[in-house]
Design a protein around this ligand. Structure first.
Ligand code: HEC
Length: 175
């Protein structure tokens, strides 16, 4: 009898620790992807006026190139941070809409769009091609905005505080 109890106790300990670590992994993934997204946004925010007006004295072409590169890298890294167990918006632990896991192909396609736009931006800045930078910035904004409107769910209480800025139009020239 005591053997059975011991065995059950061991199973229980393993089962709960497995559960805890899944939960902990989910929290880590959510935390990482959110801070990466914030990092992307802080770069886009200073890069957009540079692309639009090309005349910021302190923010020169070298920082612009570096920012574009880091946006690409952050997008690439965050692509893997959507394990199905991190589908926790029902517990208010994430703003990722459950649709992320229902429509993974569409989600991934929008990720590709953002990555491709970021690469185009990087390249155009390297080549000092202002016209192409303009287009790339619009495409990038469009990619962020499209994905957020489909896959990022906001609580009503969050809407008021939300920077409309992530919605997608980062320079005036975009259609
Ligand atoms: C393919 C989809 C997708 C793309 C592309 C994308 N995002 Fe996101 N973003 C999300 C999702 C989903 C969340 C919510 C994540 C969560 O709460 O777990 C999010 C969250 C955010 C957040 C809020 C983070 C926080 O602290 O809660 C910011 C800021 C952000 N994204 C900026 C951007 C910017 C800027 C771009 C474009 C350069 C971008 N994102 C591209 C899907 C995307």
């Amino acid at each position: 009898m005591s053997k059975i109890i011991t065995t059950l106790a061991i199973i229980l300990v393993f089962a709960t620790s497995a559960h805890t670590s899944d939960f902990q992994n989910a929290l880590n993934a959510i935390e990482l992807r959110k801070s990466a997204m914030q990092g992307i946004w802080s770069r886009v925010k200073r890069l957009a006026p540079y692309v639009e007006f090309n005349e910021n004295i302190e923010y020169g072409p070298e920082i612009a190139k570096q920012d574009a590169k880091e946006i690409s890298q952050l997008l690439k890294r965050t692509k893997e941070l959507w394990p199905s167990y991190s589908n926790l918006s029902h517990k208010n632990l994430s703003n990722a809409n459950p649709a992320v896991w229902v429509l993974p192909e569409y989600f991934s396609k929008l990720y590709d769009n953002a990555e491709n736009s970021a690469l185009m931006l990087e390249r155009s800045l390297e080549n000092d091609n202002l016209e192409e930078s303009d287009i790339a910035m619009c495409n990038l904004g469009n990619a962020c905005g499209t994905c957020h409107s489909a896959f990022r769910r906001l609580l009503t209480s969050q809407l008021a505080n939300e920077a409309s800025a992530w919605a997608g139009k980062y320079t005036k020239n975009c259609n």
